[in-house]
Design a protein around this ligand. Structure first.
Ligand SMILES: C[S@@+](CC[C@H](N)C(=O)[O-])C[C@H]1O[C@@H](n2cnc3c(N)ncnc32)[C@H](O)[C@@H]1O
Length: 449
């Protein structure tokens, strides 16, 4: 199965990337971007601030297009659109091609700072464009399956009287890896104590609950940034038997720190299971490379040049140095397809800072009203009454979009305390635009009570 995927897809992927590379050159040249420094002029011309991470992005892009003969732009776009209809019919390629098309066509507006990359990759806050990249194509499915088999082998090796199995998934996102694992765990349901579905954004947790909650009563969701210590985020330490992260860990600033945090969640002898990119590619550079998270890394010496991923040898070295042994690569023969599976057993030695008490994220009670929060029992003037009614209306609108009970929202608290982030802000903007005209997402980001 993998051999077929290898042969049929490899040709189409290389064709897709070759055309994408020429279009990248056309887009960059069209904006006058021929050297790294040119980005500064672009910012001056367009008046918007191009996000800083586009500087390393451009440097890497220029390496990709060096020596590429782009040809006639109109002809190239025509060819691209023609091939796109073919790629879209190929189950293994459709999601990649569609995502690349969205990114390539939007490139000028991203580079001139007119719109954020999140609005292209997650249009309207939707996951639809990225979802198919991580599942329902033979390459992703193969690597996900290798990870599932490793999890099952671990579970089967546990003694019959072992404590209930606890699994932590880091960066579960839209559940590309979760779906297959939960399905494979059906025969083991009686043995599962907890499946903790975590990510940075409440939007993903809502997605996880909606998709998997009903059939998996042991599913919990929690916000977790793996680049920060577990305890300060309420993630139990020395607790989980399996910790899984699929296409996540490379997106953190310091891989050693990240591994220490993931290890802290594990029991001694527990298994860290990673699905990770194995090499730099134009596809990832032109898609996820447009997001700020791609360029967060500060430990470039450990990474593949121009990309946040680590090579198999890089993972092996850093995991062993962080006290994981053995470190295994069960999909070694398929690393050429751009992914790798890494299994690493914890020696139980944990390095975490002494926990700080976390500021409680969402106020539990809204009964203590503060300035700016309005309650019916106040002695109202007419304008107070209007303010209260408008406040209630806005509260309902925000609460229903963020999927929290309206009576748990205090209007005098910053929206970030209720989980507002760059994805939810797009949904909130859309919800407001259905009711009002020309609402800009900056409104929610600037608003401070
Ligand atoms: C490429 S997606 C993969 C999603 C999912 N694991 C899958 O395979 O379909 C990466 C996910 O990692 C999450 N992520 C990025 N940085 C993270 C961090 N520091 N801590 C936890 N999750 C993170 C993102 O929010 C996103 O959902």
């Amino acid at each position: 199965m993998l051999t077929d995927a290898n042969q049929t897809t490899a040709y189409l992927v290389s064709e897709l990337e070759a055309l994408a590379c020429r279009l990248l050159a056309i887009q960059l040249h069209g904006l006058g971007l021929r050297r790294s420094e040119d980005l500064l002029y672009l910012t001056t011309q367009h008046g918007n601030a191009t996000p800083d991470y586009f500087h390393p992005w451009l440097a890497e892009s220029l390496r990709y297009v060096a020596g590429v003969e782009a040809g006639d732009p109109d002809e190239l776009w025509r060819q691209w659109r023609e091939r796109l209809t073919i790629w879209r019919q190929d189950a293994d390629l459709a999601a990649r091609a569609q995502l690349l098309d969205a990114c390539l066509t939007s490139l000028p507006s991203l580079l001139t700072g007119e719109q954020p990359a999140t609005s292209v990759i997650f249009p309207g806050g939707s996951m639809a464009l990225v979802e198919g990249v991580y599942k329902n194509n033979r390459i992703s499915d193969y690597f996900n399956q290798v990870m599932i088999e490793a999890a099952l082998a671990y579970i089967e090796s546990r003694p019959a009287d072992a404590e209930p199995l606890r699994i932590l998934e880091i960066g579960a996102g839209t559940g590309g890896a979760t779906a297959g694992l939960l399905a494979a765990l059906v025969p083991w349901r009686r043995h599962i104590g907890e499946y903790c579905y975590t990510d940075l954004s409440t939007a993903f947790l809502q997605h996880g609950t909606h998709k998997f909650g009903r059939n998996n009563p042991f599913l919990q969701t929690r916000l977790f940034d793996v680049s920060r210590p577990c305890a300060e985020q309420g993630i139990a330490t020395d607790h989980y038997h399996l910790v899984m992260a699929s296409n996540v860990l490379h997106a953190t600033p310091e891989i050693r720190q990240t591994l220490r945090n993931a290890k802290a969640a594990l029991r001694k002898g527990g298994l860290l299971m990673l699905n990770e990119i194995s090499e730099a590619s134009l596809f990832t550079h032109l898609s996820f490379g447009l997001l700020e998270g791609w360029w967060l890394y500060r430990d470039g010496a450990l990474r593949i040049p121009g990309c946040p991923g680590l090579s198999p040898a890089g993972w092996q070295a850093v995991l062993e140095q962080e006290g994981f042994s053995p470190v295994l690569f069960p999909a070694k023969k398929a690393h050429g397809l751009g992914q790798q599976i890494i299994l690493a057993e914890s020696d139980g030695i944990v390095r975490q800072p002494i926990a700080k008490m976390e500021r409680r994220a969402v106020p539990q009670s809204t009964t203590n009203k503060r300035n700016g929060d309005f309650g019916p029992e106040q002695d109202e003037t007419t304008s107070d009454s209007w303010r209260r009614r408008v406040g209630e209306y806005l509260r309902e609108l925000v609460a229903s979009t963020l999927k929290i009970p309206a009576d748990k929202m205090n209007l005098s608290r910053p929206l970030e305390e209720y989980g507002l982030d760059s994805i939810l802000v797009v949904r909130l903007t859309n919800a407001f635009n259905e009711q009002f005209k020309a609402i800009d997402s900056a409104l929610f980001l600037k608003y401070r009570p």
